[in-house]
Design a protein around this ligand. Structure first.
Ligand SMILES: *Cc1c(COP(=O)(O)O)cnc(C)c1O
Length: 461
């Protein structure tokens, strides 16, 4: 039986304006529509189990092999083997580094992709799977609104992917110089529009386009982070790290610096597939709604979210919390209202979470360098600080792996201040200063945006 995907909102009978979607869809449909018709998040209705012997088979093998096998467990019913093969080898053409920090504790660096952030892993595989799900002979047009990093991860992920064009909208005054350079210079099938407005304006323009019937024939689609196609690839690196570092059957702890919880959700699924994850450590920055919830048993989102130096994690109500709640038997909606609480005792058994302040984050970066000679940036450092908090409460020699989610060279000012030097860019990002390309300026006005789309998007491949 192929796996089907249901909505986290299927039980929401009492919410105004929501008609619960009680059906289910295929992976392809979930991939192309992004979210359920009731605005819930898609969830697989069955979780495949890791076949015996898989882990030892992966030891010493390249990352793409782990990706082929792990993704295949979910997708083999919907994608032919050669298509999956091509998708994973084309996606994962960069190294995944596992580096020892101290006895039995490692860092997994997910920062060697084209935008030097772990988001490359999910976006690249999703792009190649989407290319395969196009209506025959037609193009897909991806629209993305971004405040910076997500847009470039998505843009680079789709760069030169067959049959898909990408239009990125970003707010002129809200992106950094380096982000602008990244967004403007992708080229080919990826076009950046620099909007005279804020991030919210960009989001509104994109939203209006999605609901505009006159643009329907362009096969508009989003590549947003709540797409299950972005979650699935994030299961793979847990399985990979385990297969490289552990003896089959040995327990492991993962620490995952968390914002919208998509990355940590990958680990949750890997455990449910049978990976012996003893504890999932999910540290947050000062946006402490989740650790607070685990402690008190009541959920209260943080609004507005707090601005911390680990800015990709400044989230006051994580979008994937709905999926975590669902997996543990609860329901929470997009607004952060809890309709049914999950099994909190079970959650506490499986998950450890703690809020890490900016000061602790900075101290952690300094100490890691001083004590072990390893360089972390602020997101990964939240992860490491969370692992240390876990160790303080649990005397535990279990194998531990902390995820580093971005490359330290992406934050030259912060790292220079703390460590006195600027790390060099990973090979994938060198030469960015010499790239050329201009964004198209766009007024913050829907009619102008629509005209642009009608004049520039294509339907046929
Ligand atoms: C997006 C991001 C995170 C947070 O990941 P979530 O899946 O949203 O929890 C952490 N670090 C970096 C560098 C990111 O870009």
């Amino acid at each position: 039986m192929p796996i089907k995907y249901y909505s986290t909102n299927r039980h929401l009978k009492s919410v105004d304006g929501v008609t619960p979607f009680t059906g289910s869809v295929s992976f392809r449909e979930a991939l192309l529509t992004g979210q359920a018709p009731d605005e819930g998040l898609f969830m697989p209705d069955a979780i495949p189990q890791l076949p015996p012997g898989l882990i030892s088979r992966l030891k010493g093998k390249p990352y793409s092999e782990a990706a082929r096998l792990a993704a295949g467990l979910f997708l083999a019913d919907e994608f032919a083997p050669d298509i999956l093969d091509f998708a994973v080898t084309d996606s994962y053409n960069f190294p995944v580094l596992l580096e020892k920090v101290k006895e039995n504790a490692f860092v997994m660096r997910l920062d060697q992709g084209p935008t030097a952030s772990f988001k490359d892993f999910a976006a690249r595989l999703m792009a190649r799977l989407m290319s395969n799900c196009r209506p025959p002979g037609e193009r897909l047009n991806v629209l993305v609104a971004t405040s910076g990093d997500t847009g470039s991860a998505v843009g680079y992920a789709f760069h030169r992917v067959r049959g898909i064009d990408v239009t990125i909208l970003y707010p002129a005054a809200e992106v950094s110089g380096m982000q602008k350079k990244q967004l403007d210079t992708i080229g080919d099938n990826v076009r950046a529009l620099c909007v005279a407005g804020k991030f919210d304006d960009c989001q509104n323009l994109v939203k209006q386009a999605f609901s505009d019937l006159e643009l329907r024939h362009f096969n508009l689609t989003s590549a947003n982070s709540i797409n299950f196609g972005r979650i699935l690839p994030q299961i793979i690196y847990y399985i990979y790290a385990y297969s490289q570092l552990a003896k089959e059957g040995e327990e492991i702890i993962f620490s995952v610096p968390s914002g919208n919880f998509g990355d940590a959700l990958g680990c949750e699924y890997a455990r449910r597939m049978g990976l012996p994850v003893k504890k999932l450590v999910m540290p947050t920055n000062e946006n402490d709604e989740f650790p607070d919830f685990l402690q008190k048993g009541r959920y209260q989102k943080v609004s507005p979210s707090r601005a911390c130096i680990s800015n990709a994690m400044n989230v006051g109500h994580p979008s994937n919390l709905a999926r975590f709640f669902d997996l543990y038997g609860g329901t929470v909606d997009r607004a952060g209202v809890v309709h049914r609480y999950p099994d909190i005792a079970e959650m506490r058994r499986r998950i450890f979470s703690v809020s890490v302040t900016d000061n602790e984050t900075r101290k952690t970066i300094k100490n890691l360098y001083k004590n072990y000679g390893v360089v972390f940036e602020q997101h990964g450092a939240v992860g490491w600080a969370g692992l240390e908090a876990y160790w303080r409460e649990n005397e535990d020699g279990t194998l531990a792996v902390c995820l580093e989610t971005a490359h330290p060279a992406k934050f030259p000012d912060e790292i220079k201040k703390l460590l006195g030097f600027v790390p060099s860019l990973p090979p994938s990002m060198r030469g960015i200063d010499s790239r050329t390309g201009e964004a198209l300026p766009l007024a913050n006005n829907y009619e102008g945006f629509k005209k642009y789309l009608q004049g520039n998007l294509q339907v046929k491949e």
